[in-house]
Design a protein around this ligand. Structure first.
Ligand SMILES: NC(=O)c1ccc[n+]([C@@H]2O[C@H](COP(=O)([O-])OP(=O)(O)OC[C@H]3O[C@@H](n4cnc5c(N)ncnc54)[C@H](O)[C@@H]3O)[C@@H](O)[C@H]2O)c1
Length: 305
C-alpha cells in the first residue's frame, strides 16, 4: 500500500509518517517546506519539495500511483489568512482542487482531508457535533469549509471516496509556536525560555487532542472511514488558565503569567463530540491532556538538555 501525504514534513504529518512507516506502508511526502522541516523527514519516505498549488504535481501522481492521499498541507495561520486571503485561498482551496483532480485521474482509493473545528465558529451548543451549524469567522476557516464542499462534489460527480476529519486543538512534540491552535507550544516555549507566559483572557475552554491520537485517527479513517465527516477530539474542555497552571506545575517553575484581555474573535468555549469517530472509525483517543503534556514536556526537556 502506498500513501501520499501532503504536508508530511509538518507537525501532524511527521507523526503520521512515523506511524505509517512502522506499519510498513510506503510513504510519499509532498511538502513545499514553507513551515515543514526537511531534516525531520525519515530517509525511508519518498520526498518531493513542491507546492500543492503547482500543476506539476500530476507527474508525482503519474509516477508514484498512490493508493490513498492524506491531505494535511495548508496555510495554517488564521492571522495570515486575514492579511492575505488570496494566498490562503490559493494554498487551501486551489491546492485542494489540484489534488482532487489528480486523485480522480489516477484512481486514488480514498482522500482524507484535514479540516478544522474552526469551521463551526462560535458554538451554539456543546458538545459540538458534526451537524452543528457552520459560521466561519476567518478566511482560514472559510477555506477549510469551502474545501470540504469541493470534496463532497468530487465524491458526488466522480465517485471519489473521502473522509473529512475536523481536528480540535492538536498538541504534542514537534509543534511550532506559530501555527493554528499552538497555545500549548507557545506556553512551552515561554516556560523553557523562562519568560512570563501571556494569557489573553484565560476563561476560554478548548478541546486538546494529542498528536499521536490524531495520527491514529487518520490511520483509522483510511481503513474504516465512510464518505462523511468526523470530529477528531476528546470531548473534554479545559480552561486556558487551568492548562497553564498544570503546565507550570509539570515544568516545576513558578513564572507569573501576564494576563491580558481576551482577543477579539477568540471563541469562548469549545468541546467537540467524538461519538461518530468512536463508533465508525473504531478510534479511541488514548492520551489524557495530563499524559500528553507529560510526554511533550519530557521530550522537550530531553532535546534541550
Ligand atoms: N495543529 C492543529 O491544531 C490543527 C487543528 C485543526 C486543523 N489542522 C490542520 O491539520 C493540517 C496539518 O497541520 P499542522 O499543525 O501539522 O501544520 P504544519 O504547519 O506543521 O504543517 C503543514 C505542512 O504543510 C506544508 N505546506 C504548507 N503549504 C503548502 C503548500 N502550498 N504546498 C505543499 N506543502 C505546504 C508546510 O511546509 C508544513 O510542512 C493543516 O491542514 C491544518 O489546517 C491543524
Amino acid at each position: 500500500m502506498k500513501i501520499l501525504i501532503t504536508g508530511g514534513a509538518g507537525f501532524i504529518g511527521l507523526h503520521l509518517v512515523e506511524k505509517l512507516l512502522k506499519e510498513k506502508i510506503d510513504v510519499v511526502i509532498v511538502d513545499n517546506l514553507s513551515s515543514g522541516i526537511r531534516e525531520r523527514i525519515p530517509e525511508s519516505a519518498a520526498f518531493y519539495e513542491v507546492s500543492i498549488e503547482d500543476l506539476s504535481i500530476e507527474k508525482i501522481f503519474a509516477m508514484e500511483k498512490p493508493d490513498y492521499v492524506v491531505h494535511l498541507a495548508a496555510q495554517v495561520s488564521v492571522q495570515v489568512s486575514m492579511k492575505n486571503p488570496l494566498g490562503d485561498c490559493l494554498a487551501n482551496i486551489a491546492g485542494t482542487i489540484n489534488l482532487l483532480q489528480n486523485c480522480v485521474k489516477y484512481n486514488v482509493k480514498k482522500f482524507i482531508f484535514a479540516s478544522s473545528a474552526a469551521v463551526y465558529g462560535e458554538p451554539a451548543y456543546l458538545p459540538i457535533d458534526e451537524d452543528h451549524p457552520q459560521q466561519p469567522i476567518s478566511f482560514y476557516s472559510l477555506s477549510k469549509q469551502t474545501s470540504e464542499q469541493y470534496i463532497k462534489l468530487y465524491a458526488k460527480h466522480f465517485a471519489l471516496n473521502y473522509s473529512i476529519l475536523r481536528f480540535a486543538n492538536v498538541f504534542g512534540p514537534g509543534q511550532n509556536a506559530h501555527g493554528e491552535a499552538g497555545v500549548i507550544s507557545i506556553f512551552l516555549h515561554s516556560i523553557f525560555e523562562q519568560t512570563p507566559p501571556i494569557i489573553y483572557g484565560g476563561e476560554q475552554t478548548r478541546d486538546f487532542v494529542y498528536v499521536k491520537d490524531v495520527a491514529d485517527g487518520i490511520y483509522s479513517a483510511l481503513h474504516n472511514g465512510r464518505n462523511r465527516t468526523y470530529n477528531i477530539s476528546t470531548n473534554t474542555e479545559t480552561k486556558i488558565n487551568e492548562l497553564l497552571t498544570l503546565m507550570l506545575k509539570k515544568a516545576n517553575t513558578n513564572l507569573t503569567p501576564v494576563i491580558k484581555t481576551q482577543r477579539e474573535g477568540d471563541i469562548g468555549q469549545s468541546r467537540l463530540d467524538n461519538t461518530q469517530a468512536l463508533t465508525e472509525l473504531h478510534w479511541v483517543p488514548r492520551y489524557s491532556l495530563d499524559r500528553g503534556l507529560q510526554e511533550t514536556i519530557d521530550i522537550y526537556t530531553n532535546k534541550n538538555s
